[in-house]
Design a protein around this ligand. Structure first.
Ligand code: BDR
Ligand code: CA
Length: 317
């Protein structure tokens, strides 16, 4: 068995929870070979998601990992952003300044296509999608041959029993670019989905945030600051003790899949009705004959998940 680090590309729209996911990935070089970070418009516009990704790469002292700016708007619909959740910069609470690193001149979509095409068939690339799926879908449409070369796409998005978080029916990443999501779910690539049904079980708490702060490193303090910021909005919204930590579940799955449980089913994306636009229609009970196209998770060992995060973030100075 090949024990070399798994080659991954992280497509992201940081966002505090994206930032924590990036730190976890960059802190795990023995397990994950981050070929590059591609940015997309989502939580905040593209110039900010790109700047934020660079700030995290700099925080982790991983200037060997390139950042590639991608699509600045969804495939068909106007961009919807989430400053009301993440603050005007997208990384409010992090305490990070403007990065000195610059993004690559290569477009994210070209980078994704090239890396997938040049990978050895014995070690195919895994895509980690933490934001709207615009870059990933555009790559699949531009170079359809890459579909059969991708190891899998592991993504955060959607919700089924848990409903939506930006509309009653839709989760933010799927809602922002439902046409892109439909391309990805119809692509035939092996898919793993971390929906709200999982992430709403992965809640921060004052005790958990304190553990990050107590690391007394810049990364630990930044993570604590970002989680503290997210909590303000989410506690108000959900009425619980903490905020869901969405995107790091994708990286945690790659590092320790045993933390999660779920089943393979059919998932289709609503692209017609404005009322339910971007809804992930998950055939959990197999009431249709539609083909199974996605491993959908619905459980998480949240204690194990936070332990993994602390261990990872503790490795960054
Ligand atoms: C998703 O939307 C964004 O706000 C988060 O970064 C996460 O990817 C949660 O719905
Ligand atoms: Ca995100």
């Amino acid at each position: 068995m090949d024990r070399s680090p798994r080659p991954i590309i992280i497509d992201t729209d940081p966002g505090q929870d994206d930032a924590v996911a990036l730190i976890l990935a960059l802190a795990s070089p023995d397990e994950l070979d981050v070929l590059g970070i591609t940015t997309v418009a989502g939580n905040v516009p593209l110039p900010l998601t790109t700047r934020n990704a660079l700030a995290i790469v700099e925080l982790c002292q991983r200037s060997d990992v390139g950042v590639f700016a991608g699509c600045d708007r969804p495939m068909e619909r106007p961009l919807v952003t989430a400053e009301h959740v993440h603050g005007p910069t997208g990384l409010d609470g992090s305490g990070l300044g403007h990065p000195t690193l610059e993004p690559s001149k290569t477009h994210a979509v070209d980078f994704i296509i090239a890396k997938i095409q040049e990978a050895s068939p014995a070690r195919p690339v895994t895509l980690c999608a933490l934001g709207p799926l615009t870059n990933v879908a555009t790559a699949l449409q531009t170079a359809p041959d890459i579909a059969e070369r991708i190891d899998e796409i592991v993504m955060m998005g959607g919700g089924f029993f848990e409903g939506g978080n930006i509309t009653p029916a839709a989760e933010f990443n799927m809602y922002v670019d439902p046409q892109a999501a439909a391309v990805v779910f119809g692509s035939g690539v092996p898919l793993v989905l971390m929906p709200l049904d999982v992430t709403h079980q992965a809640l921060t708490s004052p005790t958990r945030i304190k553990v990050f702060r107590d690391l007394q490193t810049q990364a630990g303090m930044s993570v604590a600051g970002m989680l503290n910021f997210s909590e303000r909005f989410d506690i108000n919204k959900y009425g619980g003790i903490g905020a869901p930590l969405h995107d790091p579940t994708v990286l945690a799955y790659l590092l320790d899949p045993q933390l999660f449980g779920g089943k393979t089913c059919n998932v289709e994306i609503e692209t017609s009705s404005e009322l339910t636009m971007g809804m992930t229609v998950v055939d959990w009970w197999k009431v249709t004959e539609r083909p199974e196209n996605c491993l959908v998770m619905n459980t998480i060992d949240d204690g194990g998940f936070f332990d993994l995060l602390i261990k990872g973030i503790g490795r960054i100075g």
